[in-house]
Design a protein around this ligand. Structure first.
Ligand code: GLU
Length: 450
């Protein structure tokens, strides 16, 4: 497959050559390069200083062993990663993912996305990502704690409030951030609040950080609707996933007058024509870390059903918010959404739509909002947490939520203005990629060949 611009094709070929087999990373790079043709044509200095090629090479890639002992006394060996991708705009910033699918290619794709996402927020944060192939599912509290402590025993030497600031992602929430922070503090003998974000409210965390990715996604989608003279009122919405992003996306959609009729986990999806009962989902997923299939029995009635087979994207909706994981919505899913009249797809997860899925959606005139814009509310609120930590302050929920809403509006408008400027009005995808790129690229140019 060829990338539009010849110079960009060379960069892409080099990425393929240097990173064999890392298909998700290739996909993430390609999606950005595909958007940059007009920028390099207009700004030859980027090519002269090889800014794009440099952006595709992580500044530092750390891979380490995590050995720990499980409850039965058996030694477990996992692999830990931290990819410090780009620090032109600030300390490396991005989450940690604990999931059996994690490998270097996955962490690189996520770290690469994070550069542009963080840049788009307009805040002083670079891009990075990390994680492990550790699977928290089915592990006891004590095992999760010991794993987190073993993981931090290596990671601590690479991070710091001015260096690299991890947070959560899939499999890493408040509980894990707590264990990680405790171990960092124990090893370094420093109460360095700004070294991690997503902390508990009583020990340096920020209001709204838990809700931020989901709320931000819905604020962004609300801006998309507003730009079309529309609102969430009366809209049917499908949100895939039932983790941190999905749960708070559902909450905000309901607050804004929409109805979420389906959500999922890795085993299947539930449909509730009356609108999902979020309290029940929170009890199942947050309370006892159970399966979404339990919803149907607990809710009762005839409006609900659970499906193990098929795709959640077959459920009719006006708006789809894929918020589970990468590549969960392909061309066939896009076809189902289009046939059922869906008009907006906004990504709550990182890269949930495949390139074929995005192509089909955009060709059919469905508005597509890429994750690096639509799900940036999480990391943006992490940056607000860092601000509060730096000033030893803590803000109210209302103030923080308003800041988040303003940030999402700013990202929306930046995408639209950039898309207009480059002759692709209405393209959130190209607008996000170009706006995210230029801020980071200009900082790199200013800082020399480093
Ligand atoms: N993991 C989240 C993301 O994908 C948040 C990262 C952070 O807060 O640093 O953006």
């Amino acid at each position: 497959m060829s990338v539009v611009d010849e110079k960009l094709q060379d960069i892409y070929d080099e990425v393929l050559r240097r990173n064999p087999g890392e298909t998700e990373f290739h996909q993430a790079v390609r999606e950005v390069l595909d958007s940059l043709g007009a920028v390099v044509a207009k700004n030859p200095q980027y090519a002269e200083a090889a800014v794009i090629g440099r952006l595709c090479e992580p500044e530092r890639q750390i891979i380490f062993k995590v050995a720990w002992v499980d409850d039965s006394g058996t030694v477990q060996i996992n692999r830990g990663f931290r990819v410090e991708f780009n620090s032109a705009l600030g300390p490396y910033k991005g989450g940690l993912r604990f999931h059996p699918s994690v490998n270097l290619g996955i962490v690189k794709f996520l770290g690469f996305e994070q550069i542009f996402k963080n840049s788009l927020t307009g805040m002083p944060i670079g891009g990075g990502k990390g994680g492990s192939d550790f699977d928290p599912k089915g592990r006891s509290e004590a095992e999760v704690m010991r794993f987190c402590q073993a993981f931090m025993t290596e990671l601590y030497r690479h991070i710091g409030e001015y260096t690299d600031v991890p947070a959560g992602d899939i499999g890493v929430g408040g509980r894990e951030v707590g264990y990680l922070f405790g171990q960092y503090k124990r090893i370094t003998n420093r109460y360095e609040s700004g070294v991690l974000t997503g902390k508990g409210l009583s020990w340096g965390g920020s209001q709204v950080r838990t809700e931020a990715t989901g709320y931000g996604l819905v604020f962004f989608t609300d801006e998309v609707l507003r730009a079309r003279g529309d609102s969430f009122e009366g809209k049917q919405v499908v949100v895939s996933g039932s983790g941190n992003v999905a749960i708070y996306a559902i909450e905000k959609v309901h607050q804004l007058g929409g109805t979420v009729v389906a959500c999922s986990d890795s085993a299947g999806y539930v449909v509730d024509r009356d609108g999902l009962d979020l309290q029940l989902i929170k009890e199942i997923k947050l309370g006892r870390r159970g399966r979404i299939s339990e919803y149907v029995d607990l809710k009762g009635g005839t409006a609900t059903r659970y499906a193990k087979e098929g795709s959640i994207w077959e459920v009719p909706c006006d708006i789809a918010l894929p918020s589970a994981t990468q590549n969960e919505l392909n061309a066939a899913d896009a076809t189902s959404l289009i046939a059922n009249g869906c008009t907006i797809v906004a990504e709550g997860a990182n890269m949930p739509c495949t390139p074929g899925g995005i192509r089909r959606l955009t060709e059919a005139g469905v508005v597509f909002a890429p994750g690096k814009a639509a799900n940036a509310g999480g990391v943006a609120t992490s940056a607000l947490e860092m601000q509060q930590n730096a000033s030893r302050d803590s803000w109210t929920f209302e103030h923080t939520e308003e800041r988040l809403a303003n940030i999402m509006r700013g990202i929306h408008d930046r995408c639209m203005e950039t898309a207009d400027e480059y002759g692709v009005p209405g393209s959130y995808l190209i607008g996000a990629n170009i706006a995210g790129f230029t801020r980071a690229a200009d900082a790199m140019l200013a800082q020399g060949i480093i």
